[in-house]
Design a protein. Structure first.
Length: 353
C-alpha cells in the first residue's frame, strides 16, 4: 500500500500580515482556487487514495484544520503534535502510526504549502518515485533544477553515471547539503551538478524507521517508549510526555545529509515553494505594467508592484517595486527586494506582546 504524509505544522511568517500563527501559510488561498493544503491534497489524491493521506500538524491548529480541511480526509488521519519539534519528529511519528496498523508500505512525504503548476507532471514523478521505492531500499528525494543561489534550500549533488540502475529515471546522490552559505550555493549552481531539494520524500516505512534508529537514535528510542499507546485513547497524553525532550532537528540535517542510500528523481513540474511575497511573481503572470494585483486597486504610474488586498480599495500613485498587503487589522508596505525581512516584523511584534 502507498501512504502520503502531509507536513503542516510550520509557521510561515514571511506572508505577514496574511499569515499568522493562528493561520499559517498552508491555510492561505494564494492561487484563488483553494487553500494551499487542500490543493496539496487534491494533487496527491491522483496518486494516493484519500483514505491513506495523513496530515501532521500542531494541536493549536486543530479547530482551524478540522473546519477547512478537505471533507473527504478522515479526521482520524490528522496527527496532532503538542509542540513543534521540526520535521524529523513529525516524520517518525507518522511513520510509526502507519507501521502500527499497516506494518509496512511506501510513504510519500509532502510539505503542505508549496505551489505546483503541472499536476499531471507531478503525478508522473511521484509514481516513478513509488516504483523505485518499491524496488530499492532507498531514501528518494525529488530534485528541482535550481535557478538562483538560494540559501534557503537543500542542495543535491547527483551521480550522472548512475541512472542505468533506475531505468534512467533517477540518480544516486553523492552529497546532500542543507541550506549552504551563499558562496557555496553560488559554486553549486555554477558547477551544474546540483539540484534543489524540493522537500518531498518517498521511502518504505521500514527504511525510514531504520534510518532514524541509525542517525537519530534518541528520537527513535523516545518514540518507541510509547509505541504501544499509538492509536489508543492515551496517545496524545503519552506523546505530550516525550515531545518536549525531542531534539528539534529537520529531516534534512538529521537524516538526509548523513544517509548513504539517497536517490534523486528530477522533477520538472513548475515547483515553487512560495516562500515570501515576492515569489508570487512565479505563480501569477504580471500585467502589462509588471504589477501583480489581487485586490481592488486603482493606480496611476504604478509599476512592478505586488498588491494584495482583502476588502478595502488600494490606490497607488507613482510607486514601483513595492509590496502592499492589506488585511482587516494590518497593512504591509515593503520594498520588493526586502520581502525576506517581513519575518523580522513578526519577530518584533512577538517581542512586544
Ligand atoms: N507537523 C509539522 N511539525 N510540520 C512541520 C514542522 C513541525 O514541527 N516544521 C515544519 N513543518 C512543515 C512545514 O509546514 C512545511 O510544510 C514543511 O514541514 C517543511 O518545513 P519548512 O520549515 O518549510 O522547511 P524549509 O523550507 O526550511 O526547508 C525544506 O524545504 C525546502 C524546499 O522548500 C528542506 O527540505 C529543504 O531542503 C528544501 O529545499
Ligand atoms: Mg519551506
Amino acid at each position: 500500500q502507498r501512504f502520503a504524509v502531509v507536513m503542516a505544522g510550520g509557521g510561515g511568517t514571511r506572508f505577514w500580515p496574511l499569515s499568522r500563527s493562528s493561520s499559517p501559510k498552508q491555510f492561505l488561498n494564494l492561487s484563488g482556487n483553494d487553500i494551499l493544503i487542500n490543493e496539496t491534497i487534491d494533487r496527491i489524491s491522483k496518486v494516493i487514495p484519500k483514505k491513506n493521506i495523513f496530515i501532521v500538524t500542531n494541536i493549536n491548529q486543530k479547530e482551524m484544520i478540522e473546519k477547512v480541511l478537505d471533507e473527504e480526509i478522515d479526521r482520524n488521519n490528522i496527527i496532532y503534535e503538542p509542540i513543534g519539534r521540526n520535521t524529523a519528529a513529525c516524520i517518525l511519528y507518522a511513520a510509526l502510526k502507519i507501521k502500527k496498523i499497516h506494518e509496512d508500505g511506501i510513504m510519500c512525504v509532502f510539505p503542505s504549502d508549496h505551489y505546483i503548476k503541472d499536476n499531471e507532471g507531478f503525478a508522473e514523478v511521484i509514481n516513478t518515485c513509488i516504483e523505485i521505492g518499491e524496488k530499492h531500499n532507498k531514501l528518494i528525494t525529488i530534485g528541482i533544477n535550481p535557478t538562483f543561489p538560494s540559501t534557503g534550500y537543500g542542495y543535491i549533488k547527483f551521480d550522472r553515471d548512475s541512472s542505468d540502475k533506475y531505468e534512467k529515471k533517477a540518480y544516486d546522490v553523492l552529497e546532500f547539503v542543507e541550506k549552504p552559505s551563499f558562496d557555496k550555493a553560488k559554486a553549486y549552481i555554477k558547477s551544474g551538478n546540483y539540484l534543489w531539494n524540493s522537500g518531498m520524500f518517498v521511502w518504505k516505512v521500514d527504511t525510514i524507521i531504520q534510518n532514524f534508529n541509525r542517525f537519530l537514535p534518541r528520537i527513535y528510542n523516545r518514540f518507541y517508549s510509547i509505541y504501544e499507546y499509538l492509536w489508543t485513547d492515551q496517545e496524545f497524553e503519552k506523546i505530550g510526555e516525550i515531545y518536549p525532550s525531542l531534539q528539534d532537528i529537520s529531516i534534512d540535517y538529521g537524516i538526509m545529509e548523513r544517509a548513504d542510500e539517497v536517490v534523486v528523481v528530477p522533477g520538472d513540474f513548475g515547483w515553487n515553494d512560495v516562500g515570501s511575497w515576492d515569489s508570487l511573481g512565479a505563480i501569477f503572470p504580471p500585467d502589462d505594467d509588471g504589477n501583480i494585483v489581487k485586490a481592488l486597486h486603482v493606480g496611476i504610474d504604478t509599476r512592478d508592484c505586488i498588491i494584495y488586498g482583502n476588502n478595502r480599495l488600494i490606490a497607488t500613485i507613482n510607486v514601483s517595486d513595492v509590496i502592499i498587503a492589506e488585511t482587516e487589522d494590518a497593512v504591509l508596505v515593503c520594498s520588493k527586494n526586502r520581502a525576506q525581512d517581513v519575518k523580522k516584523i513578526v519577530e518584533i511584534l512577538k517581542e512586544r506582546k
